[in-house]
Design a protein around this ligand. Structure first.
Ligand SMILES: NC(=O)C1=CN([C@@H]2O[C@H](COP(=O)(O)OP(=O)(O)OC[C@H]3O[C@@H](n4cnc5c(N)ncnc54)[C@H](OP(=O)(O)O)[C@@H]3O)[C@@H](O)[C@H]2O)C=CC1
Ligand SMILES: O=C(O)[C@H](O)COP(=O)(O)O
Length: 496
């Protein structure tokens, strides 16, 4: 159970402690932040509302700890990461339970998130020893006008303190996808977990604590983003920010100092369906892509752009699957579970009502109870409807019927977002042309958008972000290049 057994020390009374300087602490603020269970809509957990002074202290310890950590052999860093990964996987049940209660993630998916996170940490340890173990050797006579008098050695060195801010929908996985590359590269880490998902994140951090990482190297400060967010992101001792979330990321990138930023933000992932597509495959992918975790994935299919000639058949096939989706509490492992907050549900409803008013065809009656919204397929959506352009982050999917592939590409590229997209066709040549034309960080051919496997590069164009995730890219981003140049008094050519 959450906060008991192995995890007993992370809670004091009924409020979960924050983690700093190698120990679990109660905030001097005397205040807590409530975590509302999306299903019951009642307070389920409480976390400490950290003060600015506590944030300062965590960053200060991280700064001190990083200096020693950077001198710790790579293989030892990897060893500790492997240990943390094993502990994380061993304790998947209580961590998954938190995900069910805090963010209403279906029970099986919650376990998958924890296991996937353990695998990510291990892979990162493996990748780090190879990738960081190699540098470059350059000689000066390869550039015009130079003799061979300079040998240049390059290596990758850490940045310092990395600030990690993940979103609510993957509070464990999108935290470790920042923590593990930061640590293997010799950085220290300060984690600001999302409020919904903070308790799962604190349990995950305890697994790193149990693995025996040095004191101060990892901290987890809790509190509302709106209260401590600016203080963290503008702190002069933060050397890198890795953020995943919504528009907040755009604001952070404008306010932060001249430090490396990794921003994975929103998306409006389009699915373009050509006339020759395998419609059963498309329907299966659209339903999985659009409705998994109730559409609360940045990579969810958020608009289907379907050639008119196949639209009737495809909409029927999709709808046959949508009506079979189970709806209810995450504990019962239902396909569709309550969305994370009441304000999210209200926003989704606004988009749905706008589409209704403007004449979209609803394949189901719109139905909502509390935060639970029944899956809804909307056909004959037009570009002037808000649902055609905005990101609902909920279980509602618009279909726009298109007359040509070009019309689909135009709609996709008119978006401010550019995260992922997908195209379905049996013609690989057409698929490549469409993929090249789509202004998105990734295009999937004959499959729904997805971030995983976690070592693949993952990046957004336009307002979907800057930088690229995926294990190797994150390690690269969390290091800088250092060169040492050996200057010879006379040119030296090999063998003579
Ligand atoms: N491209 C991608 O990989 C992904 C993108 N997203 C996008 O994220 C959005 C939904 O996630 P959501 O969690 O609601 O996103 P938010 O942007 O609201 O929050 C993300 C994180 O930022 C924190 N935060 C809030 N305000 C500040 C601030 N001023 N300074 C620093 N941190 C702050 C939040 O903390 P707190 O919870 O305490 O407010 C949370 O930890 C969607 O738009 C979705 O598309 C989501 C997942 C992946
Ligand atoms: O946060 C998200 O929504 C993800 O980065 C998507 O990950 P997934 O494609 O593995 O669900």
């Amino acid at each position: 159970m959450a906060g008991s057994g192995t995890f007993a020390e992370i809670i004091g009374g009924d409020v979960f402690n924050y983690y700093s300087d190698g120990q679990w602490n109660k905030s001097s603020s005397g205040k807590f932040v409530p975590i509302i269970n999306p299903t019951s809509r009642k307070i389920h957990f409480k976390v400490q509302a950290c003060t600015q002074e506590e944030v300062n202290k965590a960053i200060e310890s991280a700064k001190v700890a990083q200096k020693l950590w950077a001198k710790t052999p790579l293989w030892k860093r990897a060893e500790l990461l492997h240990k943390a990964a094993a502990i994380l996987k061993e304790h998947k049940a209580p961590i998954a339970e938190c995900l069910v209660k805090e963010i209403a993630k279906p029970a099986k998916d919650a376990v998958t998130e924890v296991v996937r996170s353990g695998d990510l940490v291990s892979y990162c340890a493996e990748e780090g020893v190879r990738f960081l173990g190699e540098g470059k050797f350059l000689v000066s006579d390869s550039f015009p006008g130079n003799e061979r008098t300079k040998y240049c050695l390059t290596s990758k060195i850490p940045l310092g303190v990395v600030l990690a801010i993940p979103p609510f929908n993957y509070p464990v996985n999108l935290a470790v996808s920042k923590i593990a590359p930061a640590l293997i590269s010799g950085n220290s880490i300060v984690l600001k977990p999302p409020t919904q998902g903070a308790v799962a994140a604190l349990h995950m951090v305890h697994c790193f604590h149990l693995a025996g990482f040095p004191k101060g190297l990892i901290s987890c400060v809790t509190g509302k983003g709106s209260e401590i967010g600016d203080f963290l992101t503008m702190h002069p001792d933060v050397s890198c920010i890795s953020f995943t979330g919504g528009d907040t990321g755009i604001a952070i990138s404008k306010k932060s100092a001249m430090i490396p930023l990794q921003m994975e933000l929103g998306g409006k992932d389009a699915c373009i369906v050509l006339e020759d597509a395998d419609l059963d495959l498309v329907a299966a992918n659209i339903v999985k892509g659009g409705f998994s975790y109730s559409g609360q994935r940045c990579t969810a299919v958020k608009v289907a752009l379907v050639m008119k000639s196949v639209a009737d058949t495809l909409v029927k096939k999709i709808n046959d699957k949508v009506i079979k989706l189970t709806v209810g509490p995450p504990e019962d492992d239902c396909d569709i579970t309550p969305v994370v907050t009441e304000s999210s549900a209200n926003f989704i409803e606004e988009l749905v009502m706008d589409a209704k008013k403007k004449g979209a065809t609803f394949c189901q009656e719109y139905k909502r109870e509390g935060n639970l919204i029944w899956p809804l397929l909307m056909d004959n959506v037009r570009p002037d409807m808000r649902i055609a352009r905005e990101e609902p982050f909920g279980p509602v999917l618009p279909v726009i019927r298109i007359n040509s592939v070009e019309e689909g590409i135009l709609h996709c590229n008119a978006s401010n977002f550019g995260l992922q997209g997908c195209v379905f066709t049996k013609d690989i040549n057409k698929a490549i042309l469409v993929s090249d034309a789509m202004e998105t960080g990734t295009v999937q051919i004959n499959s729904a958008p997805a971030r995983g496997p976690d070592h693949f590069p993952f990046q957004g164009l336009k307002e979907s972000g800057i930088g690229s995730q995926g294990i190797t890219n994150s390690i690269n981003m969390m290091t800088k290049v250092k060169t040492t140049i050996i200057n010879l008094p006379t040119p030296s050519y090999t063998m003579g």
